[in-house]
Design a protein around this ligand. Structure first.
Ligand code: 6PG
Length: 248
C-alpha cells in the first residue's frame, strides 16, 4: 500500500471527470495565486476525454485563468496531430477548440518527426520554459496520469529501459497498445509534481489497481513507482467504483 497516496473513489466515470475538473480549477487558481501561472501536463488515452468535456463547460470553464495556464503533455504517440491516436489532437478536439486559451500556452510534443529528435526537442521546450539548468528537473503544478492494464503510465512500460532513465527528461519509446513510437516524460519528471493525479475508470483496471495497492505493484510497476519526490506534493488516485472494485 502506498502510504502517501490519497485514494478518492467516485461512483462512475462522469463523477470522476467532474472531480478531476474541480481539481484542475483549484490547482489552477492556487498556482496562479502563488506564482502567477499554472503548469499542467496531460496524458492521452480515453479517460482524459471525459475530463476535457467537463472542463469546457461551466462551472469549470469560466473559473480557469486560461491566459495564465500552460499545458504540456506527459506523452505523445508519433503520429500526425490530426490522427485520432494523437494525444494532442484529442485534447485540441475535446477541449482547446472550446475554450479561450492562447495558442502560445499549448506546448505539445512533436510526434511527427524522428522520435529521437522529438524527444530532444521537447527536452529543450521544458528547459527553455522552466529556465532549467543542466540536469535540473521541472516542477509541474499538476500532472494527470493514467494507468494501463499492464501497469504502465505515460509511455513508460513495465521492464522497459525508460523506467530506469534518470538523466533525460523526455525519451522516445517503441511500445504500448497501439504498438507505436512514442515520446514520454521520464519518471523523475512525473515525480516532480506539486500534485500528481491518476484518473482511472472501468472494471478492466480493477486488477491492476489491486496489484498496485495490495500486491506489491507499487514497487515494480511504472504507475506504482510514481510518487512525489522527497515527499513534496500530493499523489491522488482518482478511481471510479469499478476500477476500485477489487480493493479490500
Ligand atoms: C497514452 C497514455 C497512457 C494512458 C493509459 C490509460 O498515451 O496511451 O498516456 O499512459 O494514460 O494507457 O489509457 P486509458 O485512459 O485509455 O485507459
Amino acid at each position: 500500500m502506498q502510504t502517501e497516496a490519497e485514494i478518492i473513489i467516485k461512483a462512475d466515470l462522469q463523477a470522476l471527470a467532474l472531480a478531476a475538473a474541480e481539481l484542475f480549477v483549484v490547482s489552477a487558481l492556487t498556482s496562479v495565486g502563488i506564482h502567477g501561472r499554472f503548469t499542467v501536463a496531460l496524458s492521452g488515452g480515453t479517460t482524459p476525454a471525459s475530463l476535457f468535456r467537463a472542463l469546457r463547460q461551466e462551472p469549470y470553464r469560466g473559473r480557469v485563468p486560461w491566459d495564465k495556464t500552460h499545458v504540456f503533455w506527459v506523452d505523445e504517440r508519433c503520429v500526425p496531430s490530426g490522427d485520432p491516436l494523437s494525444n494532442f489532437g484529442t485534447a485540441r478536439r475535446e477541449l482547446f477548440e472550446w475554450i479561450p486559451i492562447p495558442p502560445g500556452n499549448l506546448h505539445p510534443m512533436d510526434g511527427e518527426g524522428p522520435p529521437e529528435e522529438g524527444a530532444k526537442a521537447y527536452q529543450k521546450v521544458l528547459q527553455d520554459f522552466f529556465l532549467l539548468k543542466e540536469k535540473e528537473i521541472p516542477w509541474f503544478d499538476l500532472l494527470f496520469l493514467g494507468i494501463g492494464c499492464d501497469g504502465h503510465t505515460a509511455s513508460i512500460f513495465p521492464d522497459h529501459p525508460a523506467l530506469m532513465e534518470t538523466e533525460r527528461l523526455v525519451v522516445d519509446v517503441l511500445g504500448g497498445d497501439p504498438y507505436l513510437q512514442r515520446l514520454t516524460l521520464t519518471l523523475p519528471v512525473l515525480n516532480q509534481g506539486r500534485c500528481i493525479a491518476f484518473l482511472v475508470a472501468g472494471s478492466a483496471k480493477a486488477e491492476i489497481i489491486r496489484d498496485i495497492f495490495e500486491q506489491g505493484g507499487h514497487r515494480r510497476l511504472p504507475a506504482g513507482m510514481v510518487r512525489p519526490r522527497h515527499g513534496h506534493g500530493r499523489l491522488i488516485w482518482l478511481l471510479d467504483h469499478e476500477a476500485a472494485g477489487l480493493l479490500s
